[in-house]
Design a protein around this ligand. Structure first.
Ligand SMILES: [Zn+2]
Length: 320
């Protein structure tokens, strides 16, 4: 029996808190499982000019990693409340934007699966082939069976959730002069890792200069921050990464002064498990902080990073 998702309820509640003059709420599609259907919901906050600087916040690509959706929901909630009294915030949103799909894979989350309801790993589903060397077996994405994790599905006919995300980013993020996005994941390692592309290759990322200056700015602005900034491929390479696909597509079609840096925040969950080993016996415990104070701390922990990134999209001197 599939129950209602508290995460979707929370997103619906958010849409009631939001000021409709500044926030546009949309149901992009619905994912059907048996007799139930789950919406994929987006928020567009701030001005409607698509070339204005934009920060994108995406989460819940992997259904087991609920904490990413929670971090975004909690950030948006605080932002919507602040909007009610903070005139400066309202003013800066007249020339900038935040766009968000906090839960891309509601069907997977409802089923408590990493994959979508068809058994496809959405982060292996895009038409991108990784370079052949050092590919981890299965984890890099495979086409054996949807019963085994990391199944790629058919990259030439992507899953609804992948296609929705791609179309949304192309429409709302690509036209911006400066665009930063963060895709929130959890479950790998002890540290919080802030990954830039590529996932497909260990070759140098073309915008490494911009990555380095943003990292320098972050080190200065958020001293003692907890993030390990590195290319994803330093840890493992994979086929079918949506952000590799989108980055390459943007690079091919962009105007010369446009910048799109897609980041992935991989929240290290092994620490939560280490401090509370019982979590290892719970499917959600491997990917989410279970004890309440640890959950609250995780919600707070990333607000400074998101605020910093939003400032950096609006004030892009670091690009020069
Ligand atoms: Zn993930």
């Amino acid at each position: 029996m599939i129950k209602n998702l508290p995460e979707i309820k929370a997103l619906r509640n958010l849409s009631h808190v939001a000021d409709p003059e500044i926030v546009r709420f949309q149901e992009l599609t619905r994912i059907n499982i048996k007799h139930r259907s789950y919406p994929i919901i987006s928020f567009e906050i701030g001005c409607t000019e698509l070339d204005a600087p934009v920060l994108g916040l995406f989460g819940g690509v992997h259904g087991l990693e609920r904490v990413g959706t929670h971090v975004i929901t909690s950030y948006l909630q605080s932002l919507f409340k602040q909007m009610k009294w903070d005139d400066d915030l309202r003013t800066l949103l007249k020339t900038s934007r935040i766009v968000s799909i906090p839960l891309i894979n509601p069907g997977g989350m409802a089923k408590r699966w990493r994959s979508n309801p068809n058994g496809v790993d959405l982060m292996r589903n895009a038409p991108v082939e990784a370079e052949k060397k050092n590919l981890p077996f299965l984890l890099s994405g495979h086409q054996y069976s949807n019963k085994i994790p990391w199944y790629r599905g058919n990259p030439n006919k992507m899953e609804t959730e992948s296609q929705i995300l791609i179309d949304y980013v192309k429409e709302k993020v690509f036209p911006a002069a400066t665009a930063l996005t963060v895709d929130f994941h959890s479950g790998f390692g002890l540290k919080d890792r802030f990954w830039y592309p590529y996932a497909k290759t260990t070759d140098q990322f073309p915008n490494i200069k911009e990555v380095q200056s943003l990292k320098d700015l972050m080190d200065e602005t958020l001293p003692h921050h907890i993030y390990k900034v590195e290319p994803q491929s330093l840890n493992y390479t994979t086929h079918g990464d949506i952000w590799d696909y989108l980055y390459d597509d943007h690079r091919l079609h962009k105007k010369s002064d446009q910048l799109f840096l897609p980041w992935t925040l991989e929240m290290g969950s092994w620490n939560w498990v280490k401090k509370n080993p019982k979590q290892i016996f719970s499917a959600s415990g491997l990917f989410n902080p279970i004890i309440e104070h640890r959950h609250d701390r995780t919600m707070r922990r990333h607000k400074a990073l998101i605020d910093f990134l939003f400032s950096a999209t609006r004030n892009s001197h670091w690009r020069n």
